[in-house]
Design a protein around this ligand. Structure first.
Ligand SMILES: [Zn+2]
Length: 205
């Protein structure tokens, strides 16, 4: 009877699992080991993924029969195939990794471009707001000018009316002056005539 305490030899976090083993296992290609309950499940899953056979045996059960020469040769060939498949999977992983890195770079550039565009939109909106403010200010200024012009127009009309009035009064005054001048002339003539009459009437010396 084997008295050795079997421990799980499964790789875990850089070392081996080391938990008490519950079963021995043997892969189709002859690799053997002991595993805990948790890793027995994991090995079953791996065997299913690889589509390869794994056999579990009781720890104290009979040792599985050793494999013959022909079987060993067949299994070694199978290992080579599996290694090739593993390498292919690794290559596929590498090209996927490269494609992923490329996509990440494109996403990074797109994000930068988006930030630039957002900044441009923000600038354009600020410019638009500023232009609208200037347009509103110009409209207010135009309204003020229009109001001032109306006021000036009214003042000008009033001034013209005043000027017209002054002109007509001046003309009236001028005509009165003329009448007065004519009247004065007439009076002057009458005076001279009267003086002449008086001179005739004076006794001669
Ligand atoms: Zn384990």
């Amino acid at each position: 009877m084997d008295q050795t305490i079997h421990l799980c030899g499964h790789s875990a976090g850089g070392g081996t699992c080391g938990k008490p083993a519950v079963a021995n296992f043997m892969w189709a290609w002859g690799e053997r080991g002991a595993c805990c309950a948790e890793h027995q499940t994991a090995l079953n899953q791996l065997a299913s993924n690889l589509k390869r056979n794994i056999t579990f045996m009781a720890l104290d059960g009979p040792t599985p029969p050793t494999i013959g020469r022909d079987e060993r040769t067949r299994l070694q060939a199978e290992i080579l195939v599996l290694r090739e498949e593993a390498q292919e999977a690794k290559d596929r992983g590498l090209s996927l990794y490269k494609a992923n890195a490329e996509l990440a770079e494109q996403a990074r550039l797109a994000a930068i471009r988006e930030r630039e565009l957002r900044a441009q939109v923000k600038d354009a909106l600020a410019e638009k707001a500023s232009a609208e403010e200037k347009a509103a200010e110009a409209a207010r200024e135009a309204a003020r000018c229009s109001f001032e012009m109306q006021k000036l127009h009214r003042l000008s009309t009033a001034a013209n009316a005043g000027a017209d009035d002054s002109r007509s009064r001046l003309a009236e005054a001028e005509s009165k002056l003329e009448l007065a001048r004519v009247a004065l002339e007439k009076t002057d003539k009458e005076k001279q005539a009267l003086e002449a009459e008086l001179a005739k009437l004076r006794p001669h010396k």
